[in-house]
Design a protein around this ligand. Sequence first.
Ligand code: NDP
Length: 243
Amino acid sequence: MKYTVITGASSGIGYESALVFAARGKNLVIAARRTEQLEQLKKDVHDINADLDVIIREVDLSISENVYDFYESLKDLDIETFINNAGFGNFAAVGEQKLPKIESMLRLNNEALTILSSLYARDYAEVEGTQLINVSSGGGYTIVADAVTYCATKFFVSAFTEGMAQELEEKGAKMKAKVLAPAATETEFADRSMDTENFDYQGNIPQFHTAKEMARFMLDLYDSDKVVGIVDGETYEFQLKDP
Ligand code: NDP
């Protein structure tokens, strides 16, 4: 039985992505810290297709050892797709940020994503049909003032994943690595990322996508041969970088 793993599935883009992958008939591993939301998601998935297997993993991926334990807990599963979606932002100027929050963001957005991508590539690079999808951001291609550190974490995600995609292609590996770079999306993200009164996330951004729309873009990227899905305003494009 094959599985799609989605981190950060308890709300927002991850939650809705789980539903679109379920509608495609994919068995799921859904991971996050909040199990009540994951239990609700499991019910929602079974409303779509009662035959699907849904495995819940409660995990705080901002703690380094948990990342290895989480991956180890999946060792008996056949993972067709691995989606590193869990992440959060930090809206405050450099020098004014709360440093424990920054540390946690770096560990989640970068360390956990890098370790999980590496372990997945180690085990599945030669398995036909496998995909790694890492969630970056529009801020992973353009730096925004008062969100500089967050954007830098997402530049890392974009660079790391595009680099992986090139390596895999050059080696003739079977696995594909892809980046989804969402534009502003109405989720818990803005509230959870706020570290200052001075940043107006809603006011700065003219157009918000819904999490459902973003999940559709995720599925489009999954279906596409391209490496990068950039979602911006009401349009999106898939760009294939030169190797
Ligand atoms: P949400 O806050 O709704 O979802 C974030 C998810 O990440 C939740 O399921 C949360 O679950 C999980 N998460 C957060 N911290 C941890 C942790 N320490 N360990 C495990 N899981 C964790 O926001 P979005 O859906 O918007 O965010 C999804 C991704 O999209 C993120 O990577 C974000 O950076 C990116 N993004 C979002 C944009 C937006 O405007 N919304 C724009 C561009 C990119 P729990 O708290 O239960 O652990």
